[in-house]
Design a protein around this ligand. Sequence first.
Ligand code: 0RA
Length: 641
Amino acid sequence: MTKPKRSTGASYEADSIQVLEGLEAVRRRPAMYIGSTGPKGLHHLIWEVVDNAVDEAMAGQCTRIDVALLADGGVRVRDNGRGIPVDKHKATDQPAVTTVLTTLHAGGKFDSGAYQVSGGLHGVGVSVVNALSTNLKVEVVRDGFLWSQEFAYGQPKAKLKKVKPMKRTGTQVTFQADPEIFEETTTYSYKTVANRLREMAFLTKGLEITLRDERGEKVVEETFKYSGGLVDFVKHLNANRDPIHGKVAYFQQASEDGEIEVAMQWTSGYNETVLSFANNINTHEGGTHEEGFRTALTRALNDFARGRNLLKEKDTNLQGEDVREGLTAIISAKVRHPQFEGQTKTKLGNTEIKSFVQKALNKELPEWLEKNPGDARRIADKASQAAKARAAARQARDLTRRKSLLESGGLPGKLSDCSSKEPEVSELFIVEGDSAGGSAKQARSSEFQAILPIRGKIINVEKNRLARVLQNTEIQSLITAIGTGIGDEMSVENARYHKVIILTDADVDGAHIRTLLLTFFFRHMPQVIEHGYVYIAQPPLYSAKIGTKTTWIQNDADLDRFKADNEGRKINIQRFKGLGEMNADELWDTTMDPDKRTLLRVELEEQFTAEETFSTLMGNDVEARRIFIQQNAKDVRFLDA
Ligand code: 0RA
């Protein structure tokens, strides 16, 4: 565990906690403090408390955090840190813990006396959690006693109580989110919580985090603890990939400007998985820590390749993307005063960090390459192959572009386009097979619905280089139909449809094709997913026949209802097999009519889970893939509806 330095030697005193604002503002405009009042905002409540406990761990003062999702819908977070101070706070004339829980920004860690590590994005303080909870109870073990205080809607119900003598130290916060604030839902997703806690544990070497779900019939419990930290993180991401060198490379350095940790390992694949974090927040949009890393890496590998004569004098330098082909890397920066920029405030802006990271790695990387010459050679060889493939890919891409210009209107021949030219209302159905494509074409409302039939399996982008992918005719049609281009050259503003709907059979083959398509979008058009343009159609699961009348049934609940409504009659129920079974009218009624259909919008969960999902599905480990598809063929686990 890292022990950050403090800028002053002062220990926390109750009076270092500044009083800034009341909590009514939080209840009036909750979204300002937690981003939203939807599921994301709800989960922020947990992150807020856990972040504080992780700060204690980063300060070397806490070794374990226990999170419980309680049967009554509440959450309990317990840690064995120092405990929130309970002595009198001068400015408020109240115990510090009371001030921390009732005063905005009074985390005690926001002033210059302390090194705030996590938070930054949602480092708004536990008082926000308090303000947005019907009930909150804080229990502190500190100074030889157990202390306790309860609140309702952020207001103390009674004074801080000295309960009884107790050894050790720690904090426990139990709260119930207010359903009047979180109107949409107050139900936490186990998976979301587990993923974030796992990520936190990877980022904080040695910290033990447990998660307990007491809401179901059976209590579920998981423990996350990684003594290898980022190295374990990389191994985890590469579990279903094929590494080309045994040991994960690891570098770490601390200075006045902050702290940097990097772990990396190359695989035989063609994609790049570089995840970066600043103060434990996933910096999806990158930033200065990532830039420094990339610059140093490209330089180190070019120097190595030149030095060993793997690159001749006449050869051009390897480019960044060549060097990062097949690379899995985690960059974790700890910054004293992080500046978050970008559209989603997930881009690190601190300029000093770029040169700090670059300097650190300019020294460490060449040393690692020299010390591991066999590994280094394989990596450099792979990079130079990637450079050659890149040249070929450019040619293929130029070809696609030229071809699309030659074809009528630049659109693929197989596309039955809609007449509307307004992307906002236009829908593209990507339909498996020509026959289903035919029905869909008959069924559609041609005003706003376009049909693109896809024949057979499309190419697996996870196992092929871009040049090869772009030669695939199905992929070419897809790219030209959607209109955004791909990769670095894509612009989502050019999307010709704001609904791209995948329509495949509800069987294992259909699930496979759907996954191939999603993998393609994830790797080459991620913004199309991020903008919420990708959907999955939900054809019915059953057909029920009474006499000659067929009813299509969407799900198991509807099936039960149908059976109940038709008790005593002879019903012939069949699991729906394929789109080919339905005629055009049926396809329209069940699956395509905007008034009746249900669509699942594809949303990416935490980036690293998505990485894991796609590399498992499409990577080398066939057995892992088979199991995954069978388990998920029905419910498409990695999608949040
Ligand atoms: C203010 C100051 C100190 C610790 C904390 C707050 C603190 C907050 C939370 C929230 C959940 N768990 C927590 N653990 C600690 C520093 C105390 C010191 O210097 O002794």
